[in-house]
Design a protein around this ligand. Sequence first.
Ligand code: DCT
Ligand code: MG
Length: 514
Amino acid sequence: MNRVRAPTLVPQRKKQKGVHLTSSPRSYEIKFCELVIFIMERKMGVTRRRFLMELARRKGFRVANELSDSVTHIVAENNSCGEVLQWLRGQKVRDSSRFELLDISWFTACMEAGKPVDSEIKHRLIVQQDCSATSETCVSEASSFAADRVSQYACQRRTTLNNYNKKFTDAFEILAENFEFRENKLGCLEFLRAASVLKFLPYPIVKMKNIEGLPCMGDKVKCVIEDIIEEGESSQAKEILNDERYKSFKLFTSVFGVGLKTSEKWYRMGFRTLEEVKAEKTLKLSRMQIAGFLHYEDIVSYVSKAEADAVSLLIKDTVCMFSPEALVTVTGGFRRGKKTGHDVDFLITNPGPKEEKELLHKVVDLWEKQGLLLYCDIIESTFEKEKLPSRRVDALDHFQKCFAILKLHQQRTGNSNSNISKESDKAEVKDWKAIRVDLVISPFEQYAYALLGWTGSRQFERDLRRYASHERKMMLDNHALYDKTKRTFLKAESEEEIFAHLGLDYIEPWERNA
Ligand code: DCT
Ligand code: MG
């Protein structure tokens, strides 16, 4: 397999002789904080490595001298995936899935672009698409992965955001959603489980042999995989994307407050677009749906990490005013390391035995006064002590919570002249974005369970509960873990303790992207 050689912009190893390089790194402004690059010296040599590190730093990248915990991207040259993995094992790295393993061609593309570029398949150190059955290294890399040892439970798999099989999982998710819209739970779950397994695979599927031995690969799933391998896309998914019912449901459910029931009703009434729904003045909309339509454009555009951080500051500041001891934690997708989300989820708890019923009301009242509250629905706690955890894996929890839409003022950046309006120009510039926020209040003794439950992903949560009941005779929900054999509730102060109660290896939040 031929790897793309680095272009001439970067001197090759042999040309290095006589090039003077300072040994101590100079300090440069860091422009790209989100990634930390480590360049492997193996087969590259000290001098070339030093040159590349200096080059990247000069361009604003963070480059680590050592393979530290902060490293996110490992760059290698002339090394196969197997060689890099072997080297990592030698460095006592237990879990290599937390890094992106990349070829020098990715690094070069970044240097040329002057910014991080998305890693494409061709940049990744994995089994390559074009590898033929005669290429021994490729075959051994794919087959050295013990597919038959992959657990059927997502809570026994470390699934990072590094998805090598996006074209398969995207198709599965469309099929699953279509089943959901048609209220076929089993069909939906079958494809969600399959998607979750493929998100875990450390290589892209290029032939049917690559999925041999994997769990959750039923005939329907295999059929879709085969179609994508042969045709490059799924004809079933393509058909669904053109299906009138699917298209309408997809649109309707994108409105905050609109679920399957309302979508079904509107579809039966003959509506196909949001404009048609809005034009029907006799339609009774809930308060949530009115807010959903009002802030539709903002809400459908995803929340960025920077926006989530800004909301997080706002929430921490406000909560702290009323309850200085309170712990405020970002949960959901952002805790799992996602860079975007449809909302921002928060868990709030107060250390100590006292539960503050009023805290959420006080916080929300203040936002109202400050003009920051665009919508809010507080649901009071319905938790009953000693009640057994729910048997249903998709059951909702009983915490006091608030589904809100907050006004997030966008920071004024760049040329301030744009904010100076002429006397005649009375049109106001919108300088804020509506952000969907979920706030959950948990009693301190349930905090670890609430944190585990609200971190997700949903598939990870489903499988944790299924694992607890099928493999351990225990019942788990967002409040507690009950051991049916011992007939006791198991206390936990941390997520690690819950995994230990279940006899599971601890899975970090960023490995729960199942
Ligand atoms: N959750 C829960 N009970 C609910 C809603 C959610 O236990 N009623 C859990 C499951 C996942 C987690 O909380 C966060 O839920 P979402 O915000 O829906 O998902 P996400 O992973 O944060 O994804 P997104 O980026 O779309 O917000
Ligand atoms: Mg979320």
